[in-house]
Design a protein around this ligand. Sequence first.
Ligand code: GTP
Ligand code: IMP
Ligand code: MG
Length: 431
Amino acid sequence: MVQTIIVVGGQWGDEGKGKIVDFLAEKADLVIRYAGGNNAGHTVVVNGKKFKFHLIPSGIVHEGKLNIIANGTVVDPEVLVEEIENLEKMGFKIDDSRLIISSNAHTILPKHREEDNPKKDPHAKMIGTTGRGIGPCYRDKIARKGMRISDYVESSNSKIAEKIKPLVKDTCFIINEAIEKGKKVLFEGAQGTLLDVDHGTYPFVTSSNPTAGGALTGTGVGPTKIDAVIGVFKAYTTRVGAGPFPTELGTEEQTNKEGTWDKIEDVYDEALKEALEKANAGDEYYQGKYMRLKGKEYGTTTGRPRRTGWFDAVAARYAVVINGMSSIAITKLDVLQGLKKIKICVAYEVDGKRTTNFILNTKKLTRARPIYEEMPGWDEDIGDAKSFEDLPRNAQNYLKRLEDLCKTRISIISVGPRRDQTIVVDDNNLF
Ligand code: GTP
Ligand code: IMP
Ligand code: MG
C-alpha cells in the first residue's frame, strides 16, 4: 500500500489515463493535474454517464476529493470556466473545497490560441498540434514573458476572472501539507512519455513534461515523497498528430482520409465487420482500422482519427525506464478481440542493425522497421472478466509476454470503458 502515486502515459497519450485515474481516485484524497492544458482529453464513464475533461482532473466526479490544477499546467480561463459551468449544470457544486488552481500556473491568452492554428501556421500544421495555444503559452513562460494565473485574476475584472479568483491558491503548500498529514495523493498525467518535450519524438511532441519528473516540478513536491509510478499503456499503440510511429498499420494519409468520428458513426457496424474480415485476411491497414473502430480511436479534443499500430515493446521499455515505473496498467485489451493474430514489436531494425533500445534521433526513428513476434488472438468477449484467470488463455499469454518485455509487473488490466471493467492483479503499488 502506498500514499502517493503518479499516473503517467507510456505511449503517445490517450492510453486511458482518465479511466485509470478515476478508478484510483476512489481511494485518493487529492487528485492533481501537473502538466499540459486543454490539449488533453480524458473520457470517464461513471454509472453509464460519459464525462469529458480537458483541464479539470478526472477526480472531480468523486465526492469529497480536492482536485488541483497545479503550477506545471497552462490554463485557458475560458475553457476552465466552461468546464466548471458544465459540471455545475450536472449538479456538482464547484468551490475551493473541491477545485483549486495554482497561482503559478500559466495563462493561455487569446494571442496564444490565434498563433497555434494548424490551418494558418505551417509549423503548427507540421507538428499536428491541437491548436489550443499550448506551445506559444509554454514558450512565453520559459522566455519569462508569460502571465501567471495569479496575475491574470488580479489584472482582469472580467466575469471569467471573477469566477476563477476564489479558486486560485498557492497549491504547493497545500499539497505538501496534505502529504505530511498522511493524505493519499494521486498525480494525474496528461499526454504521454513519447510526447514529452525532453524525452519524446522531438519536435513531434507537446511543450511540457508529461513524464514522472514533470509531476515533481509541476507541483512542487520532492522526489522523496513519491511512492509509486504507474505507467498506462494500451494493449496496442495509437498516435494522434504527426511524427514517427514504427508500428503504425497503414499510413497517416490513409487514416486522415477516413475523416472524423461523425463521418463514421452512421456506418459503424458495417465498417467494423468489413475491417475485421480484411484484418484477418492479413491486410495491415485494416488491422489498424479495426483497432481504430473497435477502440473508438478518435480524439477527445479534436475528433481526429488516431493512427493505430501494434504494441511497441521497444518504446514501452524505454517509457518504463524514463519514468521509473513501479508497475504498468494495460488498457483496452477488449479491443483486440476477434483478431486471429496479434503482433508485438520486440526490436527495431535500422540502417541494417537490430536494436532493442528506443531510438532518440527522430530522423533515424523514422527509418526504423519493427521486428515482430506473433501470438494467437482470442474470440471471446472479455468485457465481463473479473480476474486474470477469467481471461482466455491467449489473452493471459499476451499479457505475460508484455510483462516480460517491459520487465515490469502489470498491476491493472482494463477490459472496457466502465469503472467496473477493471481488474486489479497486483495491488502492491496501489492505494
Ligand atoms: P490524454 O490525456 O488525452 O492522453 O487521455 P487519456 O489517456 O485519458 O485517454 P482518452 O480518454 O483520451 O482515451 C481513452 C478512451 O478509451 C476513452 O474514450 C475511454 O472511455 C476509453 N477506454 C478506457 N479504457 C478502456 C478499455 O479498457 N476498453 C475500451 N474499450 N475503452 C476504454
Ligand atoms: P500540442 O500539445 O497541442 O502543442 O500538440 C503537440 C502534439 O501533441 C500533437 O501531435 C498532438 O496531437 C499531441 N497531443 C497533445 N495533447 C495530446 C493528448 O492529450 N493526447 C494525444 N496527443 C496529444
Ligand atoms: Mg485523450
